[in-house]
Write a protein that binds this ligand. Structure first.
Ligand SMILES: Nc1ncnc2c1ncn2[C@@H]1O[C@H](COP(=O)(O)OP(=O)(O)OP(=O)(O)O)[C@@H](O)[C@H]1O
Length: 309
């Protein structure tokens, strides 16, 4: 769906991105992760046909973003870092307006607006003025305007920026719900969001791509480590005994038969841990990649610089 080769963009003398190369397949949900100023927005603007590259080539669905921008624009939906909203319109009016700008026929527009509102949880505010919406709802309107013409590729620049924790969870669900219908490229500097939502990660640092792969692949490349969070119902001593063959075990809490444990091991062990827990007659309630795993990879890749999350 996307091929990027040697992509470089200068602002005057300053190279914001240098020689980026990556490919993204049809239907993938890709996280584009980097510290503030790493070059995420610049890259997404080039992919979104908002900025011209200084050098290199970007092909989206077979069309070059420079020589064939019109074709590319029909296939993408783009949420910039600041969503382009018209405050004086209602949500429904605005989405209908954007749909028509993007070539949706007047006949199809109500259905497309309805679908976009459904996917982004906006149905209940269809008649509300955008100026009266909370920041969380405005971000959803930003996502809805990007997908109202059913583009094959969605480019979302920091869709969770400025959201509160509950809104972040909701936005994550919205993005997960797009999988299957769209290829999605979503940027963030907030690590857990990326790890929980995306199939694969591209990590950018000071304008260059420093790593790409699944969280497990990155973990392996960066020398393993990592942790797995396990929650079971049953005896805590028995749970520790079952997990110990996989690595060091720490009991986080144990109350009313519910035991939360952290296992110091690569996330790759999860299928075997699941079998062992169930095989030992314990009830498996939760099995996740430890929150610290990706963070430690990211810190290594960005040489221990401060991570704002
Ligand atoms: N219009 C511009 N003119 C000059 N320099 C710019 C411009 N836009 C971005 N830059 C610079 O290019 C670099 C990359 O910026 P970019 O906005 O792409 O990063 P980012 O990873 O999206 O960061 P953030 O998360 O803070 O938005 C930064 O050093 C930034 O200061």
């Amino acid at each position: 769906m996307i091929q990027v080769e040697g992509l470089t963009k200068y602002y005057g003398e300053h190279a914001a991105i240098r020689d980026l190369a990556f490919t993204i397949g049809q239907g993938e949900v890709i996280g584009f992760l980097g510290l503030n100023g790493a070059g995420k927005s610049t890259t997404l603007k080039v992919l979104g046909c908002v900025l011209l590259p200084t050098a290199g080539r970007v092909v989206i669905d077979g069309h070059d973003v420079v020589s064939n921008a019109h074709e590319v624009r029909q296939r993408i939906g783009y949420l910039p870092d600041v969503p382009p909203l018209y405050e004086e319109m209602t949500v429904g009016e605005y989405l209908a307006y954007v749909a028509q700008l993007r070539g949706v026929t007047a006949r199809d527009t109500p259905a497309r607006v309805g679908e976009a509102e459904e996917k982004t949880g906006l149905r209940e505010v269809d008649g509300e003025l955008i100026s009266t919406l909370s920041h969380g709802y405005r971000q959803r309107v930003g996502v809805a305007q990007a997908l109202v013409h059913k583009p094959a590729l969605l480019i979302l620049d920091e869709p969770t920026s400025g959201l509160d924790p509950r809104q972040i969870v909701e936005m994550r669900d919205v993005i997960r719900g797009l999988k299957g219908t769209h290829t999605v490229l979503v940027s963030s500097h907030i690590l857990p969001e990326i790890s929980q939502t995306c199939d694969r990660l591209l990590i950018i640092h000071k304008g260059t791509l420093v790593a790409q792969g699944t969280e497990e692949e990155l973990g392996r490349k960066m020398g393993g480590g990592g942790s797995v969070e396990v929650e079971v119902r049953g005896d805590s001593a028995r749970a520790v005994e079952v997990l110990r063959p996989f690595g060091e075990v720490e009991v986080g809490s144990s109350r009313d038969g519910l035991v939360a444990l952290t296992l110091r091991a690569s996330p790759d062990v999860r299928p075997r841990v699941a079998q062992a827990v169930v095989g030992a007659g314990l009830e498996l309630l939760r099995l996740d990649v430890g929150a610290g795993h990706l963070e430690s990879i990211f810190l290594k890749l960005t040489h221990g610089q401060e991570v704002r999350a």
